[in-house]
Design a protein around this ligand. Structure first.
Ligand code: PLP
Length: 461
């Protein structure tokens, strides 16, 4: 009997002892590695010492090391993972039937923890290394609030202080998110604020601004650099975050192998690229080593299309221009998605790992407009029961499109997508959609050209 003859359950759960014991660093298998981070002042590659002013020591090392294939997961982190992992891989039988597709659809569900997303996977690792170094606390930014929530949970667990700069528009629109973070002991400040120099500068230049992720990052970095015993932590984009998120892909691979299932298409939404890089990591590793072939699809909002329409160049990671420069697909650090955009994934740049893979043709990117994304979200909620986060729904939309394509061609493809989180705190956006008041906006080439023209000029050889 082939493993595939086993009846696949609705939910494939792994045992606790099947939890991966090491993260996988995809960079170790990349021939063209992501370009080094540069010091924003000198345009020279950042040194470990420079990076340790911003990040804690072990995380700075993880950021800079691109050759170690497996990084053991410390016991303390594993113990926390065990409270909510391994996460289920769900066979979407109901969705398949409703669509009438011959395709098999699976989704890896990362919403089964209080933070409601995959971000906890990296938050707990970052909090652990900060604690290990004897730090007092960490600062960070949060947009929609998932990262801040995840980090506040992780800091509460390890007894660290947590200061969150929350994009002002979200702070005002999502009071419940804010309260969850405070319940876990975090201090939440709307950004831009008067508490930092860069915040005061931005407020002076753009009075009444509702803030942006990049601006909140600048404030969090400044707060960390000017407070003794604090470091800055970031929930996406960085290579260390991709490393921690590889747990998603490693579990997915183990679960599929248990039933002899080989995916054809692997799909994820892409904001800063952390969940997607984590989900695809071990599969992409096989592709890079020539052992297997898969199709990988990144799904972006049409209103913030970093991979699809951005430039591949060195850019600032933040509006305040204090973070190291990263070579990535970017819309320019000054890019702010249209005010009607409600679907998340609003970061201007993209993981340097995914950027390089996309540039080298290993990864495809598609865009979706938000009314289609929310349409897919509702369809999914009604069929599969889970209320998805708007971010995750980008992947749902693309997975449904792939499944419908199979319906046309009769192909029996195996589609795997990342269901990164739940959408309970996004009901304002759902309400807009339900009221028929949601509209789409696709930036013009001029708008994108304007924000990419303010990128730093880095000589590359
Ligand atoms: C933050 C977030 C994302 C996007 O971030 P990536 O770094 O691109 O993974 C996607 N889904 C959910 C639920 C999120 O909270």
């Amino acid at each position: 009997m082939k493993a595939t003859d086993k009846k696949i359950p609705y939910k494939i759960y792994l045992d606790e002892n099947e939890l991966p014991r090491a993260w996988y660093d995809l960079r170790a298998d990349m021939k063209n590695k992501p370009a080094p981070l540069l010091n924003p002042a000198t345009h020279k590659p950042v040194t470990p010492e420079e990076l340790e002013h911003v990040f804690c020591r072990d995380l700075a090392m993880q950021e800079l090391c691109d050759t170690q294939r497996y990084v053991p997961i410390p016991e303390e982190i594993l113990n926390f993972y065990k409270m909510y992992r391994p996460s289920p891989l769900v066979r979407a039988y109901c969705l398949e039937e409703k669509l009438g597709t011959p395709a098999e659809i699976y989704y890896k569900f990362e919403g089964n923890n209080t933070s409601g997303s995959h971000k906890l996977n990296s938050a707990i690792a970052q909090a652990y290394y900060a604690k290990k170094q004897g730090l007092k606390g960490v600062t960070t930014e949060t947009g929609a609030g998932q990262w801040g929530t995840a980090l506040s949970m992780a800091c509460a667990y390890f007894g660290l202080d947590c200061q969150v700069y929350m994009v002002k528009v979200s702070y005002e629109q999502k009071p419940h998110r804010r309260e969850v973070m405070r319940t876990y002991g975090a201090t939440v400040t709307p950004s831009p604020s008067e508490t930092t120099e860069v915040g005061r500068k931005i407020l002076k230049e753009f009075p009444g601004t509702t803030g942006s992720l990049g601006c909140a990052i600048s404030e969090a970095v400044e707060a960390a650099e000017t407070t003794e015993g604090y470091r800055y932590v970031l929930g996406s984009v960085l290579c260390q975050v991709s490393l921690h998120q590889s747990i998603i892909g490693l579990e997915t691979k183990t679960a599929l192998e248990k039933y002899g299932v080989k995916p054809d298409v692997i799909i994820g939404c892409a904001g800063g690229g952390s969940n997607l890089s984590g989900l695809i990591a071990p599969f992409m590793g096989e592709k890079l080593r020539g052992e297997a072939d898969y199709k990988f699809i990144a799904v972006e909002p049409a209103s913030c299309p970093s991979l699809s329409r951005g430039k591949f160049a060195y850019d600032f990671c933040d509006t305040g221009k204090v973070c190291p420069l990263a070579r990535m697909y970017t819309l320019g650090s000054g890019f702010i998605p249209a005010p009607n955009h409600a679907g998340g994934l609003r970061y201007h740049g993209m993981s340097p790992i995914l950027s390089q893979l996309y540039h080298d043709g290993y990864l495809e990117a598609v865009t979706a407009v938000q009314t289609d994304v929310f349409g897919a979200a509702e369809y999914f909620a009604r069929v599969e029961g889970i209320l998805p986060a708007p971010e995750s729904s980008h992947a749902i939309k693309a997975a449904i499109d792939q499944a419908l394509e199979c319906k046309k061609t009769g192909e029996k493809k195996v589609i795997v997508f990342g269901l990164t989180g739940t959408g309970y705190f996004d009901m304002t956006a759902y309400r807009k959609y339900n009221d028929g008041a949601m509209s789409d906006y696709i930036p013009t080439d001029e708008e994108i050209g304007k924000s990419t023209s303010s990128m730093p000029c880095v000589e590359e050889d």
